[in-house]
Design a binder for this molecule. Structure first.
Ligand code: FES
Length: 141
């Protein structure tokens, strides 16, 4: 899977909805890692759907944007647990907890995400975002 890193820009006063990129810049089968805290991965499936989930596997510190996209699932690159991009659910161990999902909107050919305010299921040893349960986007344009 081709992986690209991108910083995001906010378009709402509360900072939770943000532009990712033009849909034309995210080809089917590709993923983008957004450098948020915690990071978010945005996937464009071969069927043309776009989904956003937390990028960090819930088992250990692995980037799901580096995983293998198949249908609406991504397989973790380290130990092959598979996460459903629609629900965040994991199919089998070693990962046991789901990843958070984030709302995706396509507006005028642009991809936007609205960050979930649920608590992320980060693996042991990976720090939770500072400042409470909401992800930090401080410092992003
Ligand atoms: S790090 Fe993802 S399944 Fe182990």
């Amino acid at each position: 899977m081709l992986r690209m890193t991108v910083n995001v820009s906010h378009d709402a006063p509360n900072g939770r909805r943000m532009r990712v990129c033009a849909l034309s810049e995210l080809a089917p089968g590709e993923a983008r890692r957004l450098e948020l805290d915690p990071p978010v991965a945005v996937f464009h499936t071969d069927d043309g759907d776009v989904y956003a989930i937390d990028d960090t596997c819930t088992h250990q510190d692995a980037s799901l944007a580096d995983g293998w996209l198949e249908g609406c699932e991504v397989e973790c690159p380290l130990h092959a647990s598979r996460f459903d991009l629609r629900t965040g659910r994991v199919d089998a161990p070693p990962a046991k907890k789901p990843v958070r999902t984030h709302e995706v909107t396509i507006d005028g050919g642009e991809v936007y995400i609205t960050l979930s305010d649920a608590v992320p299921n980060l693996p042991p040893g990976v720090g939770a975002p500072t400042g409470g349960s909401a992800p930090s986007t401080a410092g992003l344009a």
